[in-house]
Design a protein around this ligand. Structure first.
Ligand SMILES: O=C(O)CCC(=O)C1=CC=C[C@@H](O)[C@@H]1C(=O)O
Ligand SMILES: [Mg+2]
Length: 354
C-alpha cells in the first residue's frame, strides 16, 4: 500500500506591532516589529508559525515576503519544496518550519518542546528581564521593577553611550537589587577591546555573570583574549554565532556561552542541531528572541525547554510590545517561564476564521 502525502495549504498574513517605547541597543533602536504569521494546514490539522525579519539580524521584510510567496507557489509539490524556497532567508524559514513543526506536534498531541527534545517533561525555564540602554534613573527603575515582579536575572544593554555611564548604570543596579540577582550586560558589539577590558574590572566587582557580545561580530580573536584575561565574567557570543557559525567559534575558543536566536538562525530545527553540538562541547547555551510576537516568543520558550541546563534566557520580551498577535500562553513566575503543556505551541485562535 502506498501512502499519499496530504494536500498542504500554506498562507501568510502580514502584521505590524509597535513597541511600548523605543528599545535602544548599540546596534540601533527598535521601535516597530513587522513580519508575517504563517499558517499550514493538512488533514484538518493547523500549524502556526511567525516570520519576524529584523534588519541587521535576518533578511529584510521584502526578502522575507518574497521567499514566503515563493514557498506558497510550490507548496503543491510538498513541504520539502516549500522549505527549499526559504532556505536562504532565516526569518522566513523560521516561520514556515515552525508552522510545520507546530502542526506535527499538534497532530501527535504533544507539546512542541517534547517533540524537539528528549520527550521528558519540563515545567519551567529560567528567564532574564531585558533592560534597554536608558538613563541611569530609568535603568535602576526598570531593574527594581523587574526584580519586584520576581525576575532573578537582569540583562542590561550597554555600548551605545559613554563607557563610564554604562559602568555607573551597572554599579547602581548592583546596589539596588538583591545580591543573588544575576546581572548580565549586552554590548551588541559596541565596545573596543580596550573598553571591554576596562569594563571587565567593574563588571567582575559588580558580580556581572555574562558579558554578551562586547566586540564586533568579526572579532573572534578579541573575544578569546577577553576570555583569557583574569576576570571571572563569562563571554557570550550572539551576533558572532550568526556571522561565523559554531565551528569557527569553537575553533577560536571565543565563547563561554552561546546565544541562540532561533528566528535568526533559520528555525527551531536548526537551533536544535546546534544545541546537540554545543552541549557535547560543554559550551553553555541560552535562548533569546528578536522581540517578536507571541508565536515566535512561545516557540523560543519551547526551544529553551528542550535545551539541557539552559541558562536564564531572554524570553520575557512580550512586555516590550504595545500589542500582540494573540493571547500569550506563557506565564512568568518567580523568574521562570511556565512552559505550555498543551499540544503543539499551545497557541489557539490566532488566525481567526479562515
Ligand atoms: O536577550 C534578551 O534579553 C532579549 C532580546 C534582546 O536582547 C535582543 C533582541 C533584539 C535585538 C538585539 O539587540 C537583542 C540582543 O542582542 O540580544
Ligand atoms: Mg545580544
Amino acid at each position: 500500500m502506498t501512502s499519499e502525502a496530504p494536500d498542504v495549504g500554506l498562507q501568510i498574513r502580514p502584521y505590524e506591532l509597535e513597541l511600548t517605547e523605543p528599545f535602544e541597543t548599540a546596534q540601533g533602536t527598535i521601535t516597530t516589529r513587522r513580519g508575517f504569521l504563517v499558517r499550514v494546514d493538512a488533514d484538518d490539522v493547523l500549524g502556526i508559525g511567525e516570520a519576524a525579519p529584523l534588519p541587521g539580524w535576518t533578511e529584510s521584510y521584502d526578502a522575507c515576503q518574497e521567499a514566503l510567496e515563493n514557498a506558497i507557489d510550490v507548496i503543491d509539490s510538498g513541504t520539502a519544496a516549500a522549505l527549499e524556497a526559504v532556505e536562504e532567508t532565516p526569518a522566513a524559514r523560521h516561520g514556515l518550519s515552525l508552522a510545520i513543526a507546530d502542526r506535527y506536534a499538534t497532530k501527535a498531541a504533544r507539546p512542541l518542546y517534547q517533540y524537539l527534545g528528549d520527550g521528558s517533561r519540563v515545567a519551567r525555564v529560567p528567564v532574564n528581564a531585558t533592560v534597554g540602554a536608558r538613563s541611569l534613573e530609568e535603568t535602576v527603575l526598570a531593574a527594581t521593577t523587574a526584580t519586584g515582579r520576581g525576575f532573578r536575572c537582569l540583562k542590561l544593554k550597554v555600548g551605545s553611550g559613554a563607557l563610564e555611564d554604562d559602568l555607573e548604570r551597572v554599579r547602581r543596579v548592583r546596589a539596588a537589587v538583591d545580591e543573588d540577582v544575576e546581572l548580565r550586560v549586552d554590548a551588541n558589539g559596541g565596545w573596543t577591546y580596550d573598553e571591554a577590558e576596562t569594563a571587565l574590572e567593574t563588571l567582575e566587582s559588580s558580580g556581572v555573570a555574562i558579558l554578551e557580545q562586547p566586540l564586533p561580530a568579526g572579532a573572534l580573536g578579541g573575544h578569546k583574549a577577553l576570555r583569557e584575561s583574569d576576570y571571572d565574567v563569562d563571554i557570550a557570543l550572539d551576533e558572532g554565532l550568526l556571522e561565523h557559525g559554531v565551528d569557527a567559534i569553537c575553533d577560536a575558543e571565543a565563547a563561554d556561552v552561546v546565544v541562540l536566536k532561533p528566528m535568526a538562525l533559520g528555525g527551531l530545527d536548526v537551533a536544535r542541531e546546534l544545541v546537540t553540538w554545543l552541549t557535547e562541547l560543554d559550551i553553555d547555551l541560552l535562548v533569546t528572541t528578536t522581540i517578536d510576537g507571541v508565536v515566535a516568543r512561545t516557540a523560543a520558550v519551547h526551544l529553551a525547554a528542550a535545551v539541557p541546563d539552559v541558562r536564564a534566557s531572554g524570553l520575557a520580551t512580550g512586555d516590550l510590545l504595545a500589542s500582540d498577535l494573540g493571547r500569550d500562553p506563557v506565564v512568568f513566575e518567580k523568574g521562570a517561564a511556565v512552559v505550555p503543556q498543551a499540544k503543539g505551541l499551545g497557541i489557539d485562535d490566532i488566525w481567526g476564521e479562515p
